[in-house]
Design a protein around this ligand. Structure first.
Ligand code: BES
Ligand code: ZN
Ligand code: ZN
Length: 491
């Protein structure tokens, strides 16, 4: 979606959107040419400016655009960036049905400080599933996609312009992440996603290494190889590196994403209700890719490494079985008690890889790791675990700012004790069903040595039935915005 900025309203514009607060006088706070139109609204009380309220006017005044939409923002004193993101998505979504390629948005000075969320919201409202459709429905959706927003401001605000563009770029990258998460597992196979990562790297000039199955095997990554045994696609591990000027000697922030293309559970087969839509299980990897779409564009000033192991978790005669023991890249052996606890088996090797090949400033993993985390926190909060209070607080804060909420969760010494095995160093599952998210985190912690580490369990918010105003059902792209904010604030 393109955006341009100007200081006058073009009377030939097809659609003009006018945001108004409920507790400030419309006429005084809106463009002059609307004075008459707004006076009438005020007298007739047919528009109050309540949050999310809209009124479509067809003014028969040649000085005005053909359609004027009054857009209620609610009370000014209760207004927040978080609200704007949802409201902007909503208004764009509703305007899309009018099938115009561009809209004009009049932007009062009171919204100038909200440029990024305004851009995010508007672009989120433009997100749709046209690429998954064919024929009439596809055409219909495509004809309802906005190409351009013209923003009318009182004077040029260079910072406003860059921030709004930035918001749009972020939301569009998140949209690509949603597409990847929503796509069917056969379409988005290991090779497809690795190829996608290569495209991102090439486009941005990042270093990329894709380690294939044979190499993973030779290197001794028994965790990943074990999970991959039932799949027709060889596992791959993607390592991307962003090194902006002057940072190559600095220890990188390493971000690791779980990339299970489809999680059947393996021999511990999932029942039908939870098997469906288990293509969501690469959402962590997709978020890392989304972040890498943005690092250069947003001129992030940190050395960042993204790692994501990719494989299916399927049933076949060659799949690993409960009671198998694998040797992980760290050298530690793990008893596979439950083949459905596969995420930790690929992540532990990725963590060890990060420690062995980089000297990380910190290691953060993001994963749809446990249904237990979803039971605990629902779909509005990710679970946040870790061994460093400072790092966890930075991530929590970034989540709060971006509305990608992450709630601190504990790891108790007894959770660690539960992950010890009789016939191996560790086991990947404890049959007692409680504190599953914490025990998953406790398992990963065994591999982080003395690195600063945080683990974000996104099983809940990565894929939702009940989306927020600026989301759509299914994949949300959770994590991208949180990481951008985290890196921008990191000193
Ligand atoms: N991918 C699932 C977790 C999951 C469940 C993500 C629902 C999103 C929605 C994970 O690999 C898994 O299967 N976890 C098991 C627990 C494990 C300890 C056996 C689960 O959640 O039941
Ligand atoms: Zn699983
Ligand atoms: Zn899984």
């Amino acid at each position: 979606m393109e955006v341009s900025f100007q200081t006058t309203i073009n009377s030939k514009a097809a659609i003009l959107i006018v945001p108004l607060f409920s507790d400030s006088p419309f006429v005084k706070n809106a463009p002059e040419i609307l004075e008459n139109f707004l006076k009438k609204r005020q007298d007739h009380k047919d528009f109050l400016g309540n949050e999310g309220e809209t009124l479509l006017g067809l003014p028969d005044d040649d000085a005005l655009p053909g359609k004027v939409i009054l857009w209620g923002l609610g009370e000014k004193k209760k207004f927040t960036a978080q609200k704007l993101r949802g409201l902007a998505a909503q208004i764009v979504r509703s305007v899309r049905s009018l099938k115009k390629e561009e809209i004009t948005l009049w932007c009062p000075d009171s919204l100038i400080g909200f440029a990024q969320t305004l851009g995010e919201g508007a672009a989120f409202g433009n997100y749709n599933l046209a690429k998954f459709k064919t024929g009439k429905e596809k055409e219909e959706l495509e004809s309802q996609t906005l190409k351009k927003i013209i923003v009318v401001v009182s004077k040029k605000f260079p910072k406003f312009e860059t921030e709004m563009k930035k918001g749009i770029s972020i939301a569009e990258a998140v949209g690509e992440v949603r597409d990847m998460v929503n796509a069917g597992p056969t379409f988005k196979n290991v090779d497809y996603l690795a190829g996608k990562a290569e495209d991102i790297a090439q486009k941005n000039g990042y270093k990329i290494t894709v380690i294939n199955k044979e190499e993973l095997q030779k290197m001794g990554m028994g965790g990943i190889i074990g999970v991959n045994r039932g799949s027709e696609f060889g596992a791959k591990m993607v390592v991307m590196e962003y090194t902006p000027k002057g940072t190559s000697k600095k220890p990188p922030v390493v971000i690791i994403g779980k990339g299970i293309i489809f999680d059947s559970g393996g021999y511990n087969l999932k029942p039908s209700q939870t098997l469906y839509e288990m293509q969501l299980d690469m959402a962590g990897a997709a978020s890392v890719m989304g972040l890498f779409m943005l690092l250069k564009k947003l001129n992030i000033q940190h050395h960042v490494v993204g790692i994501f192991p990719l494989t299916d978790n399927l049933v076949s005669k060659s799949s690993q079985k409960p009671s198998d023991v694998v040797t992980t890249y760290s050298g530690k052996t793990v008893e596979i008690v439950n083949t459905d606890a596969e995420g930790r088996m690929i992540l532990c090797d990725a963590i060890s890889y990060a420690l062995k090949h980089f000297d990380p400033r910190c290691v953060i993993d993001i994963a749809t790791l446990t249904g237990a985390c979803m039971v605990a926190l629902g779909d509005r909060y990710a679970g946040l675990f870790g061994n460093d209070a400072g790092l966890m607080e930075k991530l929590r804060k970034a989540g709060e700012t971006t509305d990608e909420l992450a709630w601190p969760m504990p790891i108790h010494p007894d959770h660690r004790a539960k992950m010890k095995s009789k016939i191996a160093d560790l086991r990947n599952w404890d049959e007692v069903p409680y504190a599953g998210a914490s025990k998953g985190a406790a398992f990963l912690e065994e591999f982080v040595e003395n690195a600063k580490w945080a683990h974000i369990d996104i099983a809940g918010p990565a894929f939702v039935k009940d989306p927020k105003k600026y989301e759509t059902p299914m994949g949300t792209g959770f994590g991208v915005r949180l990481f951008v904010e985290f890196l921008e604030k990191l000193r």
